[in-house]
Design a protein around this ligand. Structure first.
Ligand code: SF4
Length: 327
């Protein structure tokens, strides 16, 4: 075990026991940065028929869209309302990141992307953008443009990957394979663009061991940031039907179970990857069942940090760097 003096010297340069997103921005900008979500009216190839119809089985974007987000409003109007809302709720940050969150935010001709992204970037107080999208919605033309923007602003592309297993991706109707995800991540990161990924823990057919093994796969990807959330069954989705028909296929975590699992997961995760989220919190009215007694994200983060401390462990303690000489 590490001595206390060494513990204050984690590779990410602060004393929290994981490579936290908020601290990452403090390191870059010297203060707190806040994200503001935007719904820019995109759709998704997995809904409009070009890749699939019906979308991913768990998908209901309304469950994650803050109330100030609406494609009926301009980007500037959403930013204005969003910033006003966040100012009342949180301590004043030193800048905002416009988060193109709903649906697939690179799924449009480049001329349209330019208009939308640049409207956000011209908003006072906005220092950059985060672009949430699918691995099959990117090409060199778009990446070259994003790269150009990233020379002036903070820009990140965040891919929904959800699982490292093709059998799961098929079952949840993602409409892409894990190899496609790896290719998009490598391409984006290889161009020097900040690259993030999102994963869901608890998808049908995955055992805890399967999920735990994902840490090795994720750790090997050239990612700057990663987000995880526990599977929540959202009412009205195809996954709700799947769950009600075959509950035995689902490994839905109890709260205590998740804390225990996630601490083990963090221990194996590459310490160089910044962890943005541990959990998701869909509004209770969207959920089929209340499993975690309405725990808030900040409570969960505190609990995970306490557990890391109790076990005297940290992100990457059990991470095994691959010996590249042995091929
Ligand atoms: S890719 Fe995203 S927006 Fe499209 S169906 Fe899946 S979760 Fe929904």
């Amino acid at each position: 075990m590490k001595e206390e003096s060494e513990i204050l010297n984690y590779p990410w340069g602060h004393s929290r026991r994981f490579n936290a997103y908020s601290n990452y921005f403090r390191r870059i900008y010297g203060g707190r940065i806040q994200k503001v979500s935007i719904d820019a009216g995109f759709t998704c190839p997995n809904r409009d028929g070009s890749v699939g119809t019906g979308g991913c089985t768990y998908c209901n974007n309304d469950a994650f869209n803050p109330s100030y987000c609406s494609p009926d409003k301009s980007i500037s109007a959403q930013l204005e309302e969003g910033i006003l809302f966040l100012k009342k709720r949180y301590r004043q940050p030193i800048g905002y990141l416009a988060y193109f969150q709903a649906y697939s935010n690179t799924y449009a001709p480049i001329e349209k992307l330019k208009l939308l992204y640049e409207e956000a970037l011209s908003f006072p107080e906005v220092i950059g953008i985060i672009i949430g999208t699918r691995p099959d919605c990117i090409d060199m033309k778009k990446l070259n443009y994003i790269k150009e923007l990233s020379l002036k602003y903070f820009i990140a592309v965040e891919y929904g990957i959800e699982s490292c297993y093709d059998r799961t991706l098929k079952r949840i109707n993602r409409g892409h394979t894990f190899d496609q995800a790896v290719e998009a991540i490598k391409l984006t990161s290889g161009m020097g663009i900040n690259t993030g990924a999102h994963f869901i823990l608890g998808l049908p057919g995955e055992s805890k061991e399967d999920m735990m093994n994902e840490t090795d796969i994720i750790s090997d990807l050239p990612l700057n940031t990663v987000k995880f959330h526990q599977l929540q069954i959202v009412r009205g989705t195809r996954m709700e039907k799947d769950y009600l028909a075959r509950p035995e296929d689902f490994n839905l975590f109890s709260y205590e179970d998740y804390i225990d699992f996630f601490v083990g997961f963090l221990e194996k995760l590459n310490p160089a990857i910044v962890v943005e989220r541990f959990t998701g919190e869909a509004p209770p009215e969207f959920l089929l069942e209340q499993r975690w007694n309405r725990k808030r994200t900040d409570e969960i983060v505190r609990h995970i940090e306490k557990e890391l401390e109790r076990r005297n462990t940290w992100q990457g303690r059990l991470y095994k760097t691959k010996d590249k000489s042995k091929k």
